[in-house]
Design a protein around this ligand. Structure first.
Ligand SMILES: [Mn+2]
Length: 325
C-alpha cells in the first residue's frame, strides 16, 4: 500500500488535470476517470478526460461520459503545471499515448492504481494493491479531499467497484470494498442501472459470438480454454469477448481458465483466470503481460496455434509445480 498523502497537496495546488486510463478501458478505468473528473470539477478544477483510443458503447450510460475525448489537450499548461492522472494502469505504456505526446505536455504524473504489477511510475503514487478496484482507491481519495459527493460521482465509481469485484463475487471483495460500496449507494449510486448496463444487458451480437466460441472449449485436467478466431468475430460483427473467460471458471474442478483471442495472424491476446491459489499474473508476466494473481492478460506476438501451445504448456507446468496435475 502506498497511498501517498502528497496526492492531496498535489491536487490542492494544481488547477489543470488530464485524467486517463489504459487502452480499451473497462468499467474501473472509465468509472474512475469520470468519478474523479466530477469530483475535481466540483472543486473548481479544469479537467480533461483523455483517452488514447475509443471505449465500448456499453459504458455510454456512465455519468459524464460526454466528457471523454480522444487525445491529450493542447491548451493545457506545460512544464509540470498540468497533472496527468493515470487511473488503473500498471505502467505508463498501457495508456497508449506516444511517449513524445506525454513529453510535450511534460506533466506531473499522479499514478492511481491497484494492480500488483504497478511500476510506481508516478511523481506521486496513490496505490493500494489491497483495493478491489481503482475506483475504491479514488473513493478514498475524494473522501480525503473533502469533496461533497453526489449521485453522479458515486454511480461512476460504483461502476468500477462492481466491474472489478464481479458484483462482489470475486475474492478481492473485502470489508472495505463493501463498506465503500455502501457509502456510494448512500451517496445515490444507481445500483439497478449499473447492474443492468454492465452485467445483464448484452447486445445480440455478443451472444451470437459466444455461441460460436463455446464449441471451441477444450479441457485438460484442471485447466480449460476457449479460442476466439477472427472469422467468428467477423461473423458476429463484434469483438466483445468480455467475461467469456469467466464462464470457464464456473466449471467444477477448474484451476486455470484461458481465453485465446486472435487479434492478427501473428498477434494473440490471452486472458487468464485462476480459481484458487495459482498466480496467473506470474504466467502472464512471462509473456510481457500482467494484472492480478487471479486475473491477468497478455498480448503474444504469436499465431493462435503457437500461443495455445505455449501458454497451455506454461500452465501445465505451473499446475505440475503446484502438484495439482
Ligand atoms: Mn481495476
Amino acid at each position: 500500500m502506498n497511498l501517498d498523502p502528497q496526492a492531496i497537496e498535489l491536487i490542492q495546488t494544481h488547477s489543470h488535470f488530464v485524467l486517463t486510463s489504459h487502452v480499451d478501458p473497462d468499467g474501473d478505468g472509465l468509472g474512475g476517470i469520470l468519478g474523479l473528473a466530477l469530483a475535481l470539477k466540483s472543486l473548481g478544477k479544469t479537467v480533461s478526460c483523455s483517452l488514447s483510443g475509443g471505449f465500448q458503447e456499453k459504458y455510454r450510460f456512465l455519468p459524464g461520459s460526454d466528457m471523454l475525448v480522444q487525445g491529450l489537450p493542447e491548451a493545457f499548461p506545460k512544464g509540470k503545471k498540468t497533472v496527468l492522472v493515470s487511473i488503473d494502469a500498471a505502467h505508463l505504456d498501457r495508456l497508449g499515448f506516444d511517449s513524445s505526446e506525454i513529453e510535450a505536455l511534460n506533466p506531473t504524473v499522479l499514478n492511481i492504481d491497484h494492480h500488483t504489477s504497478n511500476k510506481m511510475f508516478g511523481d506521486v503514487n496513490y496505490f493500494d494493491s489491497l483495493a478491489a478496484a481503482s475506483c475504491e482507491v479514488i473513493w478514498h481519495l475524494i473522501k480525503e479531499l473533502g469533496v461533497t459527493k453526489d449521485s453522479e460521482m458515486a454511480t461512476a465509481l460504483y461502476c468500477g467497484l462492481l466491474t472489478d469485484t464481479g458484483r462482489f463475487r470475486f475474492s478481492n471483495t473485502t470489508e472495505r470494498a463493501m463498506r465503500y460500496g455502501a457509502e456510494m449507494l448512500g451517496a445515490g449510486a444507481r445500483h439497478t442501472q449499473v447492474v443492468r448496463k454492465l452485467f445483464e444487458e448484452n447486445p445480440w451480437n455478443k451472444l451470437h459470438l459466444e455461441s460460436l466460441v463455446l464449441p471451441t472449449l477444450k479441457r485438460e485436467g484442471k485447466m480449460a480454454w476457449l479460442t476466439v478466431r477472427k472469422e467468428m468475430m467477423q461473423a458476429a460483427e463484434t469483438d466483445d469477448t468480455e467475461d467469456f473467460v469467466n464462464k470457464i471458471t464456473e466449471i467444477k474442478g477448474m484451476e486455470i481458465a484461458i481465453l485465446f483471442k486472435e487479434v492478427e495472424p501473428e498477434l494473440t491476446k490471452i486472458s487468464l483466470r485462476a480459481v484458487n491459489n495459482i498466480d496467473v499474473n506470474q504466467i502472464a508476466s512471462v509473456y510481457g503481460g500482467g494484472g492480478h494473481s487471479k486475473a491477468a492478460g497478455a498480448k503474444l506476438k504469436m499465431s493462435l496455434e503457437a500461443a495455445i501451445e505455449s501458454v497451455t504448456s506454461a500452465c501445465r507446468e505451473t499446475l505440475h509445480k503446484m502438484e495439482l496435475l
